[in-house]
Write a protein that binds this ligand. Structure first.
Ligand SMILES: NC(=O)c1ccc[n+]([C@@H]2O[C@H](COP(=O)([O-])OP(=O)(O)OC[C@H]3O[C@@H](n4cnc5c(N)ncnc54)[C@H](O)[C@@H]3O)[C@@H](O)[C@H]2O)c1
Length: 343
């Protein structure tokens, strides 16, 4: 089949392109190759930006440097496609506060364009949302354990109220995009899903302080640089390994049960920031300096997905546990360490 992946040269997009091309499908990556976030990381931004492009080029992916806000270009690229996986986004809360126009145009207009194209050509589509859609009122329900915040019940399902608490532009743009997904399902019978993704991690991730915290921690630890943790470090996520997220996209294609899904590792992958630092220390065999900084605006201190709906309707569940996944991420960072040293 022919698959269109928006944001194909990003972290999760590159894994998705790799999966489908290796399966023997035709794959198009539609990515504007923005450096907005990478230039803030202090890494070798130009080489880092080219990494996934070069990796996918060698695999035979059709690479288009285009913007999802350009409806005509998107429509041209989607012609004849069987599946769209929409990963292109402005994904960082910090950047959304600083540049709400970029956040709005990318996440709302961009997703709207993807949905219109999918409707016009009747192509099934998965759109990436985020667990931030739940807002941060959950912070008020937590107890403080020794290394993590605790909550009962541990897992949270899709019926939990959304957009509660202090909102940033990212909350709104991601929720608006998700509401459009629901609207296109209801109004135009589009086969579509919005995946409320938890913290994702794995190789090919140029994580920085804005986005991609597991990779950010691993990269800094390997470089021997201090890690900044905002808040107590007891924030909890059910981190999800990239390949498991890609399997979830494919599970939607195979099962076509439209709707909104929590896609995370659930209890078995739940981990706090400081617990993650301990795992990294253990794997790399050296100490890591951690600086604790004030909480960040809008931070969600706890989320662990109840994934019963995805298990039942998509027949999907994650397979990779944090130690194994972090180990793979660390191997990849070590192999590519020059990408993380300033240009
Ligand atoms: N990484 C995570 O932990 C995480 C967690 C929850 C949700 N998500 C969501 O998953 C999706 C993918 O995240 P990621 O970590 O792979 O992000 P990423 O930043 O690594 O990749 C996004 C890609 O989209 C591209 N892009 C940005 N604006 C574009 C535009 N206007 N037109 C075309 N391409 C554009 C970028 O160049 C980049 O390559 C996003 O929707 C994000 O919000 C990610």
């Amino acid at each position: 089949m022919k698959v269109l992946i928006t944001g194909g040269c990003g972290f999760i997009g590159s894994h998705t392109c790799e999966y489908y091309i290796k399966k023997g499908d035709q794959v198009i990556s539609f990515d504007n190759m923005t450096k907005y976030e990478l230039t803030r990381t202090g890494y070798a931004a130009d080489s880092a930006r080219d990494y996934n492009w070069n990796f996918l080029k060698k695999l035979g992916v059709n690479l288009l440097k285009e913007d999802i806000r350009d409806y005509d270009k998107l429509k041209e690229a989607a012609k004849g496609c069987d599946f769209i996986i929409h990963t292109a986004a402005q994904p960082a809360m910090t950047i959304s506060e600083e540049d709400p126009d970029l956040d709005f145009s990318t996440n709302v207009l961009g997703t709207f364009n993807v949905l219109k194209v999918a409707r016009d050509y009747k192509i099934p589509v998965v759109s990436c949302a985020t667990i931030h859609i739940y807002g941060n009122e959950i912070n008020k329900e937590l107890e403080e354990g020794e290394t993590r915040y605790l909550r009962e019940p541990i897992e949270i399902d899709e019926k939990y109220p959304v957009m509660e608490g202090i909102l940033t532009p990212l909350h709104v743009s991601k929720r608006a995009a998700e509401l459009y997904v629901q609207t296109f399902i209801d109004t135009y019978n589009l086969e579509a899903a919005s995946f409320r993704l938890t913290g994702l991690y794995g190789p090919n991730q140029f994580g920085g302080e804005d986005h991609g915290w597991v990779a950010n921690f691993a990269i800094r630890a390997i470089l021997g640089e201090p890690i900044n943790i905002y808040g107590a470090g007891k924030q909890v996520r059910d981190i999800l390994y990239a390949k498991d997220a890609v399997r979830a996209f494919d599970a939607f294609y195979k099962n076509r049960k439209s709707g909104i899904y929590n896609i995370g590792g659930a209890s078995k992958t739940s981990i706090s920031l400081i617990e993650c630092v301990e795992i990294i220390k253990e794997i790399i065999g050296k100490d890591v300096q951690v600086n604790f900084c004030p909480d960040r605006f809008g931070d969600l201190r706890y989320f662990v997905c109840d994934i019963s709906k995805a298990k039942e309707k998509l027949n999907w569940e994650p397979t990779v546990l944090p130690k194994e996944g972090i180990n793979n991420l660390i191997d990849w960072v070590k192999e590519n360490i020059n990408l993380f040293k300033k240009d």
